[in-house]
Design a protein around this ligand. Sequence first.
Ligand SMILES: *Cc1c(COP(=O)(O)O)cnc(C)c1O
Length: 436
Amino acid sequence: MKTPFPIDRSRSSELFEAAKGYFPGGVNSPVRAFQSVGGTPLFIAKGNGAQIWDEDGNEFIDFCCSWGPLIHGHNHPYVFEKIVGTLQNGASFGAPTRKENELAAFMLQRLPFIDKIRFTSSGTEAVMSALRLARGATGKNKILKFEGCYHGHVDALLVKAGSGLITFGTSSSAGVPESFANETLVLPLNNTEALQACFETQHQDLAAVIIEPIPANNGLLLQDKAFLNLLRALCTKYGVLLIFDEVISGFRVAFGGAAELFGINPDIVTYGKIIGGGLPVGAYGAKKNIMSFVSPEGPVYQAGTLSGNPVAMAAGLAQLELCAAAGFYTKQALRTQQFIDGINSFAQTQQYPMELVCVGSIFWFSFNGKKRITAADQIASDMSAFNFMHHFLLSVGVYFGPSGYEVGFISSAHTDAQLAFAAEQIKAALAAYYEK
Ligand SMILES: *Cc1c(COP(=O)(O)O)cnc(C)c1O
């Protein structure tokens, strides 16, 4: 089991050593530290199209794409032009600008399930605000979430299932008081009986249910449509708000995200990642009657110094305009399906216990030999194959996010030749691991 050839990473290593003196673990977000795959992170110097270069000048085809935002790759000329053009007028005013209207109008025209939105500066902030809105609008406190869904680092959602039948959460991070965690219920994904039972006993206290309708932060746990339909029906029946956290799936699997793909209307939706065109933007939206609870129209306070930042709005609008082109999502989904089909048929022929799964232009390496898994407890606990593959691929110029629990993304900037090259390297990596 050897990687084909080691790459020079001396500058990245030096920078990481220095970074460890500045930041906890040397990073500003934990997954970047390479702890899951082992080794130390590459420091990225630049990106263009589907390619990135590290500080040592090594070149990679990028399937991390900043963890999702870059659906048109790095430095797309149109997005770049809009960012620079807007920046020429100043970076931020803390006063309304036309750019906010433009992005909102563009989105709302295409998202029939919401009437109004509020921009934030991150996905976490959008989710945190959506929970407050749900509580403020319903006058109830409890939130239901699902094991295996990630919703940012919101206190109330850094919670895992406790023991016991009614699964009140226990905090999964130090610093989150158990009393906060106790306001959150946790259920397994795709389990209709557990869901039904929870609604029957808890609905008087439940303000909202939050779900990634396409759970893509802990493997890719594609849900049965019947489960999502049941969730919608129970929320309606019991007066509980349904929050779709579409920070990763919004503008990714369809312009209107999973809500559009499945034809299910959430009561509140959160966005992030793609919506900012690579700059920090999040948003939450709902029908008018719900959004009217938000300050200054209503009693639910929420604010942001840089919310609706004009440069970020311009980047987001440029990127979403490209997404709205006719046939864009069909084409991206098809290219992704073809990419994984080629690798899967190879793996199947060789009888390797690995299958790629995908939806839209999101894909994931499932190393448990089963095509589709739907809940967090089905994820293979052994990530050694992914970890080996990750290092192998770095040495041949293919970059994945440094964790086997994370999904990969194909952007419109990935060329057919780059995809074909990457597929060959992935096959070689799998062969090197399994034929060791
Ligand atoms: C990325 C993500 C978040 C958090 O967004 P940040 O911008 O990292 O704060 C929340 N929910 C989902 C579904 C995400 O994928």
